[in-house]
Design a protein around this ligand. Structure first.
Ligand SMILES: [Zn+2]
Length: 149
């Protein structure tokens, strides 16, 4: 999934479940669960050569910037800075961040190689534009929970 999708899911979990002892593990579990839904993300196309590492890196920077901006606008405007929220968001994208040296630099020291294999076990890809459909649905669910609960 895009970092934007993971970040919004993480933010809604952390904002609705005040205890980090519950919300933080749930954020990690949710990352792998929603990655198992076929999707497109900024790393899609790297393994089959339809995208270069440079393109993927640039798209990832756009995605991370979008993620931070959307979380800021939806969860922080008019509220005091929440370290817990941002830690939860960071945790929610951490499986992808940990994998970034392998993805962009082809650098896989242990335990990055093991984490990458674990991540790949769950990860299901889908081409554009279909790979965005599940993410639009997930984000819509996040917005419904945010505004109606
Ligand atoms: Zn992931």
């Amino acid at each position: 999934m895009l970092s934007t999708t993971h970040s919004l899911v993480s933010a809604i979990i952390v904002s609705k479940i005040p205890s980090p002892a519950i919300s933080f593990p749930l954020v990690i579990i949710t990352h792998y669960l929603i990655d198992s839904i076929p999707h497109w993300d900024t790393g899609s196309g790297l393994s089959n050569g339809t995208k270069t590492r440079k393109q993927s890196f640039f798209h990832t920077l756009i995605d991370l910037t979008t993620a931070a901006t959307v979380v800021l606008l939806l969860f922080q405007i008019g509220k005091s800075l929440s370290i817990r929220l941002w830690l939860g968001v960071l945790l929610g994208i951490s499986p992808d961040l940990v994998e970034s040296p392998a993805l962009f630099l082809n650098y896989r020291p242990s335990p990055i190689d093991k984490l990458e294999k674990f991540h790949d076990y769950f990860h299901r890809s889908w081409k554009l534009p279909y790979g965005l459909i599940p993410q639009v649905i997930i984000i819509a669910i996040v917005l419904l929970i945010l505004y109606f609960t």
